[in-house]
Design a protein around this ligand. Sequence first.
Ligand code: GDP
Ligand code: MG
Length: 177
Amino acid sequence: SDDDGAGEEYLFKIVIIGDSAVGKSNLLSRYARNEFNPHSKATIGVEFQTQSMGIDGKEVKAQIWDTAGQERFRAVTSAYYRGAVGALVVYDISRRTTFDSVSRWLDELKTHCDTTVARMLVGNKSDLETIRDVSVEDGKTLAEEEDLFFMETSALDSTNVKEAFELVIREIYNNVS
Ligand code: GDP
Ligand code: MG
């Protein structure tokens, strides 16, 4: 076999979960296409987007799945989670209820994914500092309790979006290589 790993390819499935309207679709469109939509409706038909990055001279592809709005009806299917090796669990720092839902999303993830999943807690909409409803400390504490990575992001102004996805991708890579 190839000792140096040259030419090896990796494809990782990552899911984005969290309550409706926390900014999941915009985090993905910001990361994959550098786009933000202030009036975004659920994108019907687009199941995932693929984004590549280089790690150790290897091409690592992340196939990142978006829910297309099923979370509104608590109907995210097991097919959505199948084969996922990474997850971003997103809440909105300006809406406490979305933070309170995180544990339910983590339970759902545990139910559907039995393998090691690289998990990141994401407090999105960090640009809404003036109406913040969840402190950075609360996010950090929950992340420590649940053994998750943690970042606050803004899909609107791009803060930490690339960083959040790439940290998860690197962690998955470390888990498998
Ligand atoms: P989803 O239901 O979780 O996929 O959320 P969307 O991506 O559809 O976003 C819901 C609403 O929040 C939309 O009006 C977005 O424009 C807005 N939004 C998303 N991300 C941000 C952000 O980082 N900052 C602000 N201020 N608004 C955001
Ligand atoms: Mg959406």
